[in-house]
Design a protein around this ligand. Sequence first.
Ligand SMILES: *Cc1c(COP(=O)(O)O)cnc(C)c1O
Length: 341
Amino acid sequence: MEKKNLDWANIGFGYMTTSMRYVANYKDGAWDEGTLTTDATITLNECAGVLQYAQTCFEGLKAYTTEDGHIVTFRPDLNGSRMEDSARRLEMPVFPKERFVDAVCQVVKANAEWVPPYGSGATLYIRPYMFGSNPVIGVKPADEYQFRIFTTPVGPYFKGGAKPLTIKVSDFDRAAPQGTGHIKAGLNYAMSLHAIVTAHQEGYDENMYLDPATRTKVEETGGANFIFVTKDHKVVTPKSDSILPSITRRSLIYVAKEYLGLEVEEREVLFEEVKDFAECGLCGTAAVISPVGKIVDHGKEICLPSGMTEMGPVTKKLYDTLTGIQMGHIQAPEGWIRVIE
Ligand SMILES: *Cc1c(COP(=O)(O)O)cnc(C)c1O
């Protein structure tokens, strides 16, 4: 199979139409068998539930080529079960996780020529999503839904090395205590746009959201979980019911304990403690870990000892081990790597 002739190292993070996408429709209480299609356009009624009341959720994962030439994805079963949770919370029908994984495999296989080659640093980003598709004007869940998956190639996240980020303690809230912060709903992102645009205008890379009830505890950023390292090399990660359960963060915790022999604490993290940490990183599928160099709280700067030029040593070890597992250089735990072809 010929690869597309793209400058893989320089494609950036944007949408590019690839050959095939997957579509399944839910109607009269059941999902149809689903199919691959070349049609990248969706035609919807003007009153579709998703357009009026934002009934939609999504997932994000990547396919990439390992050193021995296989196309693989990383723990897609966890994306499938997280999407089940998102659907339940939004009163949407569950698209079963087994079918989710099968659909991911089908669509990646159908777009194999778009999966970047090993060593390019680029990956094929996979975007599963679901939305209410029939007209809804009184506030209630839709009766009909579409589940779709498209793929788009994305360039290496860190071009020219991982430069530590400067983040701002936000005055905006991301997720209410009993709200939807723990599911991957489009609505969480809609309400974060003003906060991130504001932060960018002020020269920050990202927002740190605190718990809205007391504003004393660290939650997460708009799209990544926090991981901290103490001066004595303990890995600490915030625990809260309104944090999105990042698959990357859960994998890093396992790697920290089982591969690196580090002590890990999953617990509430007071903002007050942040100044005492040695390292800080943001974890998510896109970057695995982005190092944080500086956190600014209303003009008061917290400079992490790891500095503004490179990843801290423990963060780097976590990053190297997890990416080594993903690329097939390090033996993966059972079930983590799903080979597609
Ligand atoms: C998707 C997402 C993450 C990262 O999750 P991964 O499964 O690691 O990609 C973190 N926070 C939020 C709010 C997210 O939507």
